[in-house]
Design a protein around this ligand. Structure first.
Ligand code: NDP
Length: 422
């Protein structure tokens, strides 16, 4: 089926039941359809196999953001998030960006990095030479510790040695194919310890994966014509100039950069969670990369381009996201997430996820430099309060309206209004 022709226009207005019916008409697997129909998510038995001391399962909303155009293909992207307005903002931004030609992405390579930290090395220069002289032998040794990844076409491909403080650190670069590779990297690094100790005449402090995945950088860009920012050309220009300024602010002020990047991760984390990936790993990599120039900065930048009359966005960050390994195949909802995406390979999933980060950032900056972020947020806050106050489905809309008329809102006020007026 040509996914670009599917009309998602009314999806947001449908009830969850109607949305399920809509999804039944897509080319999803039987497994996904059963998961959806029976709402058959993670079982207690499987949860108990995943981690320790399990007593229950935590559920979060699972949504879909349609119309995500990346490198010429339209994706429907699964989002798992508890934060109101994130899905709406992503849908809004992706619709505009799709109309503007979508995202174009670039990845030079996809490798993970492991490190062995050596200490009490007498002559670091000599140790470095000794290790580099045996590079081929060390790479072979690493690969023999995890032969299945070599069979899959991956494995250790390079190593470097660096002196940092009291340490001599050996970095190994590994193509982990479809996996994030934490366990395979750790296995390889541990296997290298005796040889590296011998070659360096030193001791090994630790042998472990680095989450700073600088060899898995992904860049996503988009170009949004001014006319997509507002129907009024003057207002559109002001938007473009303010979004440019907001992007500059995140480069010079870490207080702003932190919030700027949090907004980016609103989208990225939602996809990472939905697809069963390790969000701590992706967060650690992204936030470390945000400091790669020496101080913490915004991960994205936007620039008004006066010659093309567009606002041009770009984002670069490490995206070691996986389609295999960890708990990805175990949880039915993560299988559904990959199926909704069309089961892309890890490189494509990385391109989509990075693009989602840029879209989420665009939506946040557009709201911030326009009506302000609170206008949209207050509606959703009122809805949360109405639900928390115990409003039934039929009472929510009118209670939200009442709450929005009040100068301030809180839970006791919501309860009072529900009691008085419903
Ligand atoms: P796994 O240990 O699950 O290894 C990947 C698995 O996927 C292997 O069993 C591999 O099979 C299988 N596989 C199937 N097809 C492919 C393919 N095409 N390419 C690659 N592998 C394939 O996961 P990872 O090593 O990726 O580790 C990720 C897990 O480690 C996550 O759960 C993470 O939370 C956790 N973790 C993270 C750490 C960190 O970030 N610092 C530290 C420690 C753990 P085969 O073996 O046959 O090749």
């Amino acid at each position: 089926m040509d996914k670009t022709r599917i009309n998602w226009g009314e999806f947001a207005k449908k009830t969850p039941k109607e949305r399920l019916h809509f999804l039944e008409n897509l080319n999803l697997s039987e497994d996904s359809l059963t998961t959806l129909k029976l709402q058959k998510m993670l079982s207690l038995d499987i949860a108990n196999q995943m981690v320790e001391n399990v007593i229950a399962r935590q559920a979060l909303p699972f949504s879909v953001v349609p119309d995500v155009l990346v490198d010429g293909t339209v994706y429907r992207v699964p989002f798992v998030t508890e934060e109101p307005s994130v899905v709406a903002a992503a849908s809004f931004a992706n619709k505009i960006i799709k109309r503007s030609g979508g995202f174009k992405t670039y990845q030079e390579k996809r490798q993970m990095i492991g490190q062995v930290a050596l200490y009490e090395v007498g002559d670091k220069e000599q140790a470095t030479r000794a290790i580099l002289d045996k590079k081929k032998k060390i790479l072979d040794l690493a690969n023999s510790a995890y032969p299945s990844i070599v069979k899959r076409g991956g494995g250790a491909c390079d190593l470097t040695v660096e002196e940092k403080g009291d340490f001599l650190i050996v970095y190994l670069f590994i193509d982990t194919k479809e996996a994030m590779g934490a366990n395979m990297v750790n296995t390889m690094m541990e296997a290298l310890v005796p040889t590296l100790k011998e070659l360096s005449n030193g001791k090994a402090l630790m042998a472990i994966l680095s989450n700073y995945a600088t060899h898995s950088l992904v860049t996503s860009t988009c170009q949004i014509p001014l006319r997509c920012l507002s129907r009024h050309p003057e207002e559109a220009l002001v938007f473009a100039q303010k979004i440019t300024l907001a992007s500059q602010l995140a480069q010079v002020d870490p207080y702003r950069a932190s919030t700027h990047n949090k907004g980016i991760f609103n989208g990225i984390d939602a996809v990472v969670l939905a697809t069963g990936n390790d969000w701590r790993a992706i967060e650690a990599a992204g936030h470390t990369y945000a400091s790669h120039k020496g101080n913490y900065q915004g991960l994205s930048s936007w620039r008004y381009n006066s010659s093309t009359k567009t606002i041009d966005g770009t984002i670069t960050l490490p995206m070691p996201i996986a389609t295999k390994g960890g708990s990805i195949g175990l949880n039915p909802s993560t299988r559904l997430a990959h199926d909704l995406l069309g089961n892309p390979q890890a490189k494509i999933l990385a391109a989509i996820t990075t693009s989602i980060g840029l879209a989420q950032n665009f939506a946040a900056l557009k709201a911030l430099t326009g009506t302000g972020i609170q206008a949209g947020h207050m509606k959703l806050q009122a809805k949360s309060l109405a639900l928390l106050a115990g409003a039934k489905e039929s009472q929510v809309t009118s209670l939200v309206k009442e709450l929005l008329k009040q100068p301030t809102m809180n839970l006791s006020l919501a309860k009072q209004l529900l009691k008085d007026k419903h």
